[in-house]
Design a protein around this ligand. Sequence first.
Ligand code: RFL
Ligand code: PHB
Length: 395
Amino acid sequence: MARQRTQVGIVGAGPAGLVLAQRLARHGIEAVVLERRDRAYVEGRIRAGVLEQHTVDLLGEIGVGGRLAREGLVHDGVEICLDGRRTRLDMSAMTGGKKVTVYGQTEVTKDLIAARLAQDLPLVFEAEEVTPLGYAEGSGETPRLAYRKDGEDHELACDFIAGCDGFHGVCRASLPAGALTFYERTYPFAWLGILAKAPPASDELIYARSPRGFALYSMRSPEVSRLYIQCRPDEDLEEWPLPRIWEELRLRLGDAGHLVQEGEVTDVGVTPMRSFVAEPMRHGRLFLAGDAAHIVPPTGAKGLNLAVADVRYLSDALIEHYKEGSDAGLAAYSERAIARIWKAQRFSWWMTSMLHNFGPDQAFEDRVRQAELEYVLSSEAALTTLAENYVGLPI
Ligand code: RFL
Ligand code: PHB
């Protein structure tokens, strides 16, 4: 058995784990990151695309904002299309100048991994059977992460464990029964997403509600479009040849349909929709952050931003512990993070409700949701609420 020691043992090299490790390193705190998948898989996983200002600021502060500043697309507005008619929201004007930046999660991850490896800091890919141990309050044990790598058993002793291992990770699952309270909602639909080598013809993201279902026109760069349509959770991709997807996007986007540019499709996938929170985000010396503790449906573009906000709070608390000898921040971590998470949950649930069709069982509610969106689009006050939440609530 190979034994090692560090200050913070981090499970998961997604945005939460990598940002946490990088921020701790900037403050002279040691960490080891254990990731189950290989580097190519982690860097290639197509997910989020919209960064709030606080996320951009933190990436800059920890020294990985260079390419983001050069290549990120700054957006000060967003469009909402209802039954084919478009309304532009000047988010920046409504929020005292706040903006969002379009920059793929793949790129954020690549920048963070490159920074970590360039500093020769430990990041273990293909770590198998990672098991958190000895973290319970008063257990008298040293917290540890057991794992296997290349057929050899390892044990990493640490002061704290950060469970940044996503919704399907091992950390939340390893906590004793009853330690957490779960809040969950699933939705009767999913998103079929495509990534296409096609220059986006719209300057803004376009969120569309139509009688045929939701559609989203998004992008990754001046050359790459990212497009989504509402589909069934059990959708069979065989039923969706590319011409049908392009056609459906045009129909749902109405007046904006002509902006859909076809191009080589490099990724197709179905994303289920879920709202989920596990509380509290701490058990003894194990802390949960990001998707390991909560999931939002992607309609509000909040998941990655919440993960980064969590590890900002967690790293603040760990820095306070190591530099000032105070555990006040660690004690307050879960409560601080949770307060903001529920506001993002509410916003993501609201956007999801207003923009999707819930099907014939909910005909009455669907009419109410349609009326709500009509109202929002007609009210400066309601649009300002939407804009404030979309650009990100204060940290
Ligand atoms: P991640 O990214 O899932 O990373 C967790 C990492 O942990 C590893 N892991 C393990 N490692 C070791 N041992 C184990 N037992 C492990 N189990 C898991 C995994 O391999 C992985 O590398 O979680 P993290 O870091 O909390 O980050 C969360 C974000 O990835 C997620 O919230 C966003 O992608 C959500 N999301 C969006 N968020 C936004 O802020 N803006 C968006 O525009 C946005 N769009 C989206 C999205 C998510 C989507 N999908 C596919 C779910 C669009 C989509 C389609
Ligand atoms: C994306 O570009 O992938 C994206 C954008 C906005 C969302 C969700 C996903 O709300």
